[in-house]
Design a binder for this molecule. Structure first.
Ligand code: SF4
Length: 48
């Protein structure tokens, strides 16, 4: 399910969707099948 109103803070400053630690992408995919902690996930929308 997509939450289009979710505010995302992100430290991936080299991503083209990152503005001052805020994600401006309209939708973000989260990868990390079987992850049990946030550090085991990764952003599938990341773009250089
Ligand atoms: S697309 Fe992903 S990596 Fe890029 S700013 Fe948004 S949350 Fe961070």
């Amino acid at each position: 399910m997509v939450n289009e109103r979710l505010d995302i803070c992100c430290d991936a400053m080299n991503c083209s969707y990152n503005r001052e630690h805020k994600c401006i992408a309209s939708k973000v995919g989260i990868a990390g099948t079987g992850a049990k902690q946030a550090c085991q996930t990764e952003c599938a929308t990341f773009k250089m």
